[in-house]
Ligand binder design. Structure first.
Ligand SMILES: [Mn+2]
Length: 439
């Protein structure tokens, strides 16, 4: 039996406990978690790619089970109401099989409207998922109440061993994809060809990836979420940024690497940022305040801006004047798991009160103090973004910038280096670096 299967029963106990506590806190005695439905395209008979409700896949590794439910009454075996239509247009979901099946009371339905007869709807049963009008007479006591969702989002930051195992496997696939992508880049491939090589090496279609792969050559790397896969090969290649990853059983990896085409000063800048990134990743420990780590990142970026003579000021002043934010206009990282930008990054408690972002850092996605087995990304970046640089140039501190040097670097776009790191009481586990070593 593999590690994923081995660790699943304990994971399910944790999930039951977390849902039991959330139900008690919110005043319900059962829950029905809806996987979601297919969404049709306007004036068409096709559907958008299906993305399952993350709360549903927290219970079991079913990603394509549209119109199914997981239902749970604390103290009882969880129920899977599994929609398996007779259909000869589309292949119906396969009969349930695998390590999780024995843990569920499985009830097959052939039509979505048969679900109410199969669900254990109690007097105080709460619904969790994308609501539809057709559910309104099914007897639910409430729909997606915050009093239920807040404790679920708060507690899921800490991963079970099963979840970590899924994420280790996702990291392994991602590392294989990244190696293939780098090779394709070195061989002169277009963004489109690199993307194809990445998917093939991961063994996942682009719809199966946890997020749209960012495959950026040259100045495209300056667009943080660059979303195209250009078919043309650039006349000259200077740099390559890839932010792409795989998922396993619905648990995501989120990995970025940056490359220079030559052993030039841009490669030196990548290497220097890589060193700083690894120092930051080592600080992912229980009781680390992520806000403070984000602010430390700005000091590191400021040192690079001075050392590479982009800005003629001491690092403290580069940060104090907000200059580092021109070059790093996003947060250090975010929680990771069932969703790529996982929920719960600002929560101070299971009740839903929030920890504010530090002033001047509107794009930070995690303000929490880390606890054991939180998984976070560590993704410092340094970019040459024309619109932000124009603003800096026009402002009071523009005169401290070495503009001729900055302009030389426009062609590279920028750098981002992103690992997925598990907070521990001692040394953290770097899922990404470990995966690159082993794959
Ligand atoms: Mn990320």
């Amino acid at each position: 039996m593999n590690r994923v299967a081995q660790t699943y029963p304990e994971h399910l106990e944790t999930v039951k406990k977390r849902f039991g506590m959330a139900l008690a806190a919110a005043g319900f005695d059962a829950i029905a978690i809806f996987a979601g439905s297919l969404q049709g395209l306007f004036l068409d008979d096709q559907d958008y790619p299906f993305r399952v409700n993350p709360h549903f896949k927290n219970w079991l590794p079913l990603l394509q089970a549209h119109d199914s439910f997981v239902a749970y009454v604390p103290g009882q075996k969880p129920v899977l109401v599994y929609y398996q239509p007779d259909d000869y247009w589309c292949l119906p979901p396969a009969p349930p099989s695998g390590f999780w099946v024995e843990h569920f009371d499985i009830r097959i339905i052939k039509r979505p409207e048969d679900a109410p007869g199969a669900l254990p709807v109690t007097r105080r049963c709460v619904f969790l998922g994308e609501w539809q009008e057709r559910f309104k007479n099914w007897g639910f006591a409430d729909v997606n109440p915050e009093a239920l969702i807040n404790p679920l989002h708060y507690t899921r930051a800490a991963k079970t061993e099963y979840e970590l195992e899924c994420m280790r496997e996702a990291s392994a696939l991602s590392a294989r994809g990244h190696r293939a992508a780098e090779q394709a880049f070195r061989a002169g491939a277009s963004e489109f060809e690199i993307h194809t090589a990445f998917c093939a090496a991961c063994g996942q279609t682009d719809n199966e990836l946890p997020y749209g792969a960012i495959i950026a050559l040259n100045e495209h790397a300056a667009t943080l979420h660059y979303q195209y896969w250009n078919r043309d090969k650039p006349a000259r290649r200077h740099s390559f940024l890839i932010d792409a990853a795989a998922q396993v059983n619905g648990y995501a990896a989120d990995v970025t690497r940056s490359y220079s085409a030559a052993g030039d000063e841009f490669q030196e800048l990548i290497d220097a940022l890589d060193k700083e990134q690894q120092l930051l990743a080592r600080k992912v420990r229980a009781e680390t305040d992520f806000k403070a780590l984000h602010l430390e990142t700005h000091q590191a970026i400021a040192r690079l801006l001075r050392d590479f003579e982009f800005v003629r000021l001491p690092p403290e002043d580069i940060v104090a004047h907000g200059i580092s934010s021109t070059f790093l206009p996003h947060g250090l990282g975010h929680l990771l798991g069932l969703q790529v930008h996982d929920v719960g990054g600002f929560m101070a408690s299971p009740r839903g009160d929030l920890i504010p972002k530090p002033e001047g850092h509107p794009y930070l996605r995690n303000t929490r103090v880390l606890k054991e087995n939180f998984v976070t990304t560590i993704e410092p970046g340094l970019y040459f973004i024309p619109s932000l640089l124009d603003k800096l140039k026009a402002g009071a501190h523009g005169r401290n910038v070495n503009w001729s040097k900055v302009e030389e670097f426009h062609k590279y776009g920028g750098i981002r280096i992103e690992d997925n790191v598990v907070a521990k009481n001692g040394s953290p586990e770097n899922l990404t670096r470990d995966a690159f070593k082993l794959n």
